[in-house]
Design a protein around this ligand. Structure first.
Ligand code: NI
Length: 156
């Protein structure tokens, strides 16, 4: 099911999300709906608060397959990258954000099993952007410079 994506200014986007403790059908439906919604919106990442659910859940796909992270935590980061970034909650906007170049972390999968994740460049940026959403942090807080929107830019 396609969900509505909240837009900036909505106070829900500024809330802290809570840990997921029930790995049940409701969570699986949320993950499936979030992935479908992200794909329809042509995004590379989506966090649960963007669809009005204050749970620590994100989906990511940087054309490398579907990634689902529940209760994700970044455990290490290295390097730096400065790239224009977009967000599905800020349609039509794009700004340069400093992010680590390499990121590692741990999370749980949809069944509650512990998993590790790691990524570089675009994927590292997606991990950081989505996990920020879970803490009520929006990329506009970190934009160094707004840039012209590009048709082919990515949205998270
Ligand atoms: Ni976003």
């Amino acid at each position: 099911m396609i969900l509505d994506i909240l837009q900036f200014g909505d106070p829900v986007l500024r809330q802290q999300c809570t840990e997921v403790t029930e790995f049940d059908k409701e969570l699986w439906r949320l993950l499936d709906d979030m992935y479908e919604t992200m794909q329809k919106a042509d995004g590379i990442g989506l966090a649960a608060p963007q669809v009005g659910v204050l749970k620590r859940v994100v989906v990511i796909d940087v054309d490398n397959g579907r990634i689902e992270l529940v209760n994700p935590v970044i455990t290490s980061m290295h390097g730096a990258q400065y790239e224009p970034e977009g967000c599905l909650s800020y349609s039509g906007k794009r700004g340069v954000v400093k992010r680590p170049k390499y990121v590692r972390g741990r999370a749980q999968n949809r069944f509650g099993k512990p998993v590790k994740f790691r990524g570089r460049e675009l994927l590292a940026r997606a991990f950081c952007h989505e996990i920020d959403h879970l803490n009520g942090i929006l990329y506009e807080d970190k934009v160094l410079e707004w840039v012209e929107d590009e048709e082919d830019g990515v949205n998270e």
